[in-house]
Design a binder for this molecule. Structure first.
Ligand code: ZN
Length: 453
């Protein structure tokens, strides 16, 4: 054998190996993130997987299971999740990006000059939500300028959840004190359909229907929206409005069961449960948040809240919280609290198709803590922690129509992952101890703080 030829060949093989290794570890191939050792709740209502491994490559989950099933690539970036819980990013199916928990809507909009400071406020709300573990959220009522904030989040320019937005709501009754850009007031089904078409043309993702609408209004909007593949959410409390919405084929029932009304007739509950029409109860925002604040007013003023926003806004919020029990928003709350136990339980016991939404940041209902408070209220009302976690992840993703990409941790899904310090199956309130938030494969929150402010 010619020794030179052998040397040349080995040299060539060596070069090829180096080249292959360089490509495999190079920029073309994103490094794998491995979340190792945590208790995994994958979004299904099944027992936890202990000593788990979740692998993320690029923006996708590539594996999720026990350490015996998943092998960790040698060059992976390891995230040590021992003693922690790993679950899908939470989804909030009813929130308001333009609000930050001010006590009084009229005064708030006066202070911010109508819609003048919204492009400053929406990013504050968005970062608060992401830091609380919310990786997707539905905004139900904003001026169309929210589409700009949505685009900035999608481009990765600012931290925030993936947004689904309705833009202005369609209503027959104008809400005083709220700027006109929030509402499209109609007086016929034809007008309602025209406005729905207009909103969809402007790029909204869902339609929100508000107050005083007729059966024909609901039907006209549902027809236009469904032709364009858009879902219709309706703000509903009263029995006759719920029946109209159901008859018209509205896709998501918002607020029902949040205790403004005495218990609903059994027949109505049965119909909602049987039809599998999604119910988003938004039960915590007055009924749990108000007594929690009476018990601990300290939650209204934290260094984190102060650090999140400009000083004048923070001072204005603090002004609005003085004697908060006199705020008109909480006028009926003692009555609502008395209804609450029965109302929320009605849907839970009927096994209705329940998702999770917070109505944040209505007065005192901050984006910082709204999601775990709502989930906690649902547990208080009779849902198991496991059922609530599935509702806020897998079920919410299905209601959004994004169940194929979001809501569970399994191969092929987008890598939206929440790591909390503690066991939320033992105590659902552990969800407040957010350690890490990954959205779209990127670490946005680490040690509970935003990586980029
Ligand atoms: Zn709302």
């Amino acid at each position: 054998m010619n020794p030179f030829s052998w040397q040349f060949k080995s040299c060539l093989i060596f070069v090829v190996l180096i080249f292959t290794a360089a490509v495999a570890g190079g920029d073309n191939q994103p490094k794998t993130i491995a979340i190792v050792g945590g208790m995994l709740l994958d979004g299904y209502e099944t027992p936890a997987i202990h000593h788990s491994v979740v692998l993320i490559q690029g923006n996708k989950i590539t594996a999720a299971g026990s350490k015996h099933e998943v092998s960790i690539p040698k060059d992976a970036q390891i995230i040590d999740a021992r003693g922690k819980t790993v679950l899908p990013g939470l989804i909030d199916l009813h929130m308001h990006l333009d609000l930050i928990g001010h006590g009084d809507y009229d005064q708030y909009y006066r202070f911010i000059g109508g819609t003048k400071r919204l492009d400053e406020i929406m990013p504050i709300a968005a970062k608060q939500m992401l830091r609380a573990g919310v990786t997707s959220a539905v905004d139900l009522g904003s001026p169309l300028s929210i589409l700009d904030t949505k685009a900035r989040i999608e481009a990765g320019q600012i931290p925030g959840p993936r947004l689904t937005v309705s833009g202005p709501w369609i209503t027959r009754i104008k809400l005083d004190g709220v700027p006109d850009e929030y509402q499209l007031v109609v007086n016929s089904p034809k007008q309602a359909a025209k406005q729905a078409k207009y909103l969809i043309d402007q790029g909204v993702d869902v339609i929100k229907l508000w107050l005083g609408l007729t059966l024909q209004d609901y039907q006209a909007v549902v027809k236009v929206a469904h032709e364009r593949g858009v879902k219709v959410h309706a703000h509903l409390y009263k029995v006759d409005a719920i029946e109209k919405a159901l008859n018209a084929g509205v896709d998501v029932l918002q607020h029902v069961g949040s205790a403004k009304m005495p218990p609903y007739p059994d027949e109505l509950i049965r119909r909602i449960a049987e039809s599998r029409t999604p119910v988003i109860q938004t039960i915590a925002h007055r009924i749990w948040v108000y007594p929690a604040t009476l018990n601990n007013p300290g939650r209204l003023d934290t260094p984190q809240m102060q650090g999140d926003m400009p000083e004048d806004l923070y001072q204005e919020l603090q002004r609005s919280f003085k004697q908060f029990h006199r705020l008109s928003y909480f006028h009926d709350t003692p009555d609502e609290i008395r209804h609450a136990q029965i109302n929320a339980k009605q849907f839970i016991q009927a096994n209705a198709y329940i998702g999770v939404g917070t109505d944040a940041a209505s007065p005192l209902n901050f984006h910082n803590d709204a999601i775990w408070r709502e989930m906690s209220a649902l547990v208080d009302s009779g849902m198991s922690p496991s059922r609530v976690i599935t509702a806020a992840t897998k079920t919410n993703a299905e209601i959004l129509g994004q169940g194929r990409m979001l809501g569970t941790l399994e191969p092929g899904k987008l890598a939206d992952v929440l790591i909390v310090d503690g066991d939320p199956l033992f105590d659902i309130n552990m969800l407040k101890y957010v350690d890490m938030v990954i959205k779209d494969g990127k670490i946005w929150v680490s040690d509970g703080e935003l990586v980029e402010k």
